[in-house]
Design a protein around this ligand. Structure first.
Ligand SMILES: CCC1=C(C)/C(=C/C2=NC(=C\c3[nH]c(/C=C4\NC(=O)[C@H](C)[C@H]4CC)c(C)c3CCC(=O)O)/C(CCC(=O)O)=C2C)NC1=O
Length: 169
């Protein structure tokens, strides 16, 4: 599992090069957003269950078919599985935020997921909507907590979205 620093070092080591200006800029940007990353992760951790619940309610409001008979999240068991999946995405997003790298998502979340979803008929579109709703909730909270530039929050959520949707089309 890699983070922003180990990824960068690995790249330079392969080429046998010292850290150049680009590398230093990348490191500055990562460490510059470091406290904000930790702050966002802490704010998510403190309220993860509520964030998942709110995102679930919003998703089922936008796509109510999911929880009607015939919908993939219909029945208590599947409803719970859906919220549990959202919780996975949120938790791993916090890891990726702190790491400043999406490697953990490839390794622990996305590997084989598309196949599983396809075989169970879990629809990708609404899953991606749920991930995006969580992103917006987290960004709102970060902004309220006084973090001026919340753009770094996008990365893990957008990465999961892109990987899930691209590979399914
Ligand atoms: C940490 C990495 C990890 C992930 C990501 C993961 C996902 C995951 N979601 C699953 C099921 C599921 N996932 C959903 C999710 C949804 N259905 C919908 O309609 C919505 C769009 C969506 C919620 C947003 C549902 C309903 C099931 C149960 C499907 C079934 O058993 O029929 C399953 C099948 C096994 C099981 O039910 O536990 C896996 C492996 N498991 C993991 O270990």
């Amino acid at each position: 599992m890699r983070d922003a620093v180990t990824s960068l070092i690995a790249n330079y080591d392969i080429k046998g090069r010292y850290l150049d200006r680009d590398a230093i800029d990348t490191l500055k940007s990562y460490f510059g957003s470091g406290m904000a990353r930790v702050q966002v992760a802490a704010s998510i951790n403190a309220d993860a269950a509520a964030i998942v619940k709110q995102a679930g309610s919003q998703l089922f409001e936008v796509v109510p078919e999911l929880i009607r008979p015939g919908g993939n999240a219909y029945t208590t068991r599947r409803y719970a599985a859906c919220l549990r999946d959202m919780d996975y995405y949120l938790r791993y997003a916090t890891y990726a935020l702190v790491a400043g790298d999406t490697d953990v998502l490839d390794e622990r979340v996305l590997e084989g997921l598309r196949e599983t979803y396809n075989s169970l008929g879990v629809p990708i579109g609404p899953t991606v909507q749920g991930i995006q709703i969580m992103k917006e909730i987290v960004k709102e909270r970060a902004a309220k907590a006084g973090i001026a530039d919340t753009s770094f929050v996008d990365q893990p959520f957008d990465y999961m979205t892109r990987e899930l949707s691209e590979k399914n089309l």
